[in-house]
Design a protein around this ligand. Structure first.
Ligand code: ADP
Ligand code: ZN
Ligand code: MG
Length: 495
């Protein structure tokens, strides 16, 4: 397409992540509000009542410092909160406590990879603020619009991570979000859940002529609650902006909302009525100093991050980069994998062989079963121990091919030991040559046409016969041995 060549997409992402502290940002209300009755998890502070005095949740600051360190950022030695004033019903106080000129962390980066190309995306800033109330817009039976306000979410600690406009495609944006989310999950600072709004993304996007280093007018897109929506919205918006420019018009700076049902972005608010936030330092909170000694302690608590784990999985277990990437996307998955390998009980020269087999069965089959059931890696009946027993059986050839797949499926359903399933259902590999022999004879007798084809020189006909024997033996035969038997028998029929 010529259009793609002529323009380059420029994207910068703002991500809001709710932090996994046990209490809210400036009060002692608990943070588990998702299933709570509306407006039940509130106090004078998060209700924004006059005279209520906030105090700072130290854990939230620690989480942002930890994230900053994990994202290779500079940590401010001194920082403070500001009031961001705007009149909107989701704000109880008429202002949000946020950060302005000195964020807790700045100038970091995340490495991403798209189609084998590695790329570094700059992180401008990471700051701390409070979440706002949740509005539900409804319509009554007469068609009258009305809105409900749930204040439970007000005051949940919210960490905002702002990227540099370094992202160049919807796919790069998706990868950036996947990486960022994985890091936050590894750190244990956020669930990273987009569907329930714990991890939210606003996307800024502009286009420019290919080769230009200028930045053009950007549009900010909101309301996307899955990676797929972010991707679709950015794709849609790229095309829309190119059309605007190709029609001789100019892109206007505005906020647009993504409509999931219609698959389009819709203008919400233009620059003309943009807010003047009148930021000023929050008078009710003291400035924060982040001492180096404390930073060091926080740094020590940073666990192995996804990219380090991926590299280790490649060097230690000999995994392909692709597989290592998949297994380290979630810390739980990586943990399950390493538990299954169970290094203590594996001879060192066996570790890589075991690891590869476990990785293959996890990625190839187990993930499919988990997705089908819509459950997580540790929520199925297949424990790391069972998976290990299973791959050991495959390795020595007790079960194989389609029969092995059946054993895994049964294990997934029942949680029984693979040896028990294989024995009870007769799924172990046929070791008995007599049995093989009779299966081969039967298939040769039942398929005269394929036999004739083979004898007539069509060698591929043997694959059909092999398939029939495998079917006959319910996948329990060793294809190598079967092929040998077939060839011998067919040879005997020649001439
Ligand atoms: P605001 O508060 O106005 O949204 P921020 O500085 O918080 O501003 O965020 C701006 C975001 O927009 C950043 O992620 C930045 O990378 C991105 N951005 C800035 N200029 C452009 C541009 N021309 N095209 C696309 N994204 C941009
Ligand atoms: Zn409260
Ligand atoms: Mg913005």
């Amino acid at each position: 397409m010529t259009i793609e060549k002529k323009y380059e997409t420029v994207i910068g992402l703002e991500v809001h992540a709710q932090l996994l502290t046990s209490s809210k940002m400036f009060c002692s209300c608990p943070t588990d509000y998702l299933d709570a009755t509306p407006n039940s998890v509130v106090c004078p502070i998060c209700l924004g009542l006059p005279g209520a005095m906030p105090s700072i949740n130290k854990k939230a600051v620690e989480f942002v410092v930890m994230t900053g360190l994990a994202l290779n950022s500079n940590i401010a030695e001194k920082t403070q909160f500001h009031r961001k004033n705007y009149p909107y019903p989701d704000l109880m106080k008429g202002y949000q406590i946020s950060q302005y000129d000195i964020p807790i962390a700045s100038d970091g980066w995340i490495d991403i990879e798209v189609e084998g190309n590695k790329k570094r995306i700059g992180i401008t800033r990471i700051h701390l603020e409070e979440d706002v109330a949740k509005l539900s817009h409804r319509q009554d039976s007469k068609g009258q619009d009305y809105s409900l306000v749930d204040v439970n979410r007000s005051g949940i600690p919210l960490m905002e991570t702002v990227s540099e406009p370094d992202i160049r495609s919807p796919e790069e944006a998706r990868q950036y979000l996947i990486q960022l989310r994985a890091i936050l999950q590894y750190l244990g600072v956020s669930t990273g859940n987009m569907e329930d709004g714990s991890f939210r993304c606003d996307a800024n996007i502009s286009i420019r002529p290919e080769g230009s280093s200028e930045f053009f007018t950007r549009v900010e897109i909101k309301n996307m609650n899955s990676l797929r929506s972010v991707y679709r919205a950015l794709e849609y918006e790229t095309v829309r902006q190119i059309e605007v420019v190709e029609n001789g018009d100019r892109v206007v700076q505005e906020t647009r909302g993504w409509s999931e049902e219609r698959g389009v972005t819709v203008s919400q608010r233009t620059k003309e009525n943009a807010h003047d936030y009148r930021y000023f330092p929050e008078p009710d909170l003291p400035p924060i100093s982040i001492e180096l000694a404390w930073q060091e302690r926080v740094k020590e608590a940073v666990p192995e991050l996804p990219s380090d784990k991926r590299n280790r999985f490649m060097s230690e277990y000999g995994l392909l980069e692709y597989d290592a990437n998949i297994l380290t996307t979630s810390q739980l998955t990586a943990g399950f994998f390493e538990e299954a390998i169970n290094q203590r009980n594996t001879k060192s020269d066996q570790v890589q062989v075991k690891a590869k087999s476990i990785a293959n069965w996890m990625i190839g089959d187990l993930f499919g079963l988990l997705n089908g059931a819509g459950i997580g890696i540790y929520d199925s009946k297949v424990s790391p121990t069972l998976l290990r027993e299973f791959t050991d059986m495959v390795e020595v050839g007790t079960i194989r091919g389609p029969a092995a797949k059946t054993v895994l499926e049964q294990m997934f359903q029942t949680g029984q030991k693979p040896s028990q399933i294989a024995d009870e259902q007769g799924l172990t590999q046929i070791e008995d040559d007599g049995l093989l022999e009779s299966a081969v004879k039967k298939v040769i007798g039942d398929n005269p046409q394929a036999v004739q084809d083979y004898l007539g020189g069509k060698e591929t006909a043997i694959r059909f016969l092999l398939g029939q024997v495998m079917k006959e033996t319910r996948g329990r035969a060793n294809p190598g041995s079967v092929t040998e038997f077939l060839i011998n028998h067919l040879k005997g029929m020649e001439g």
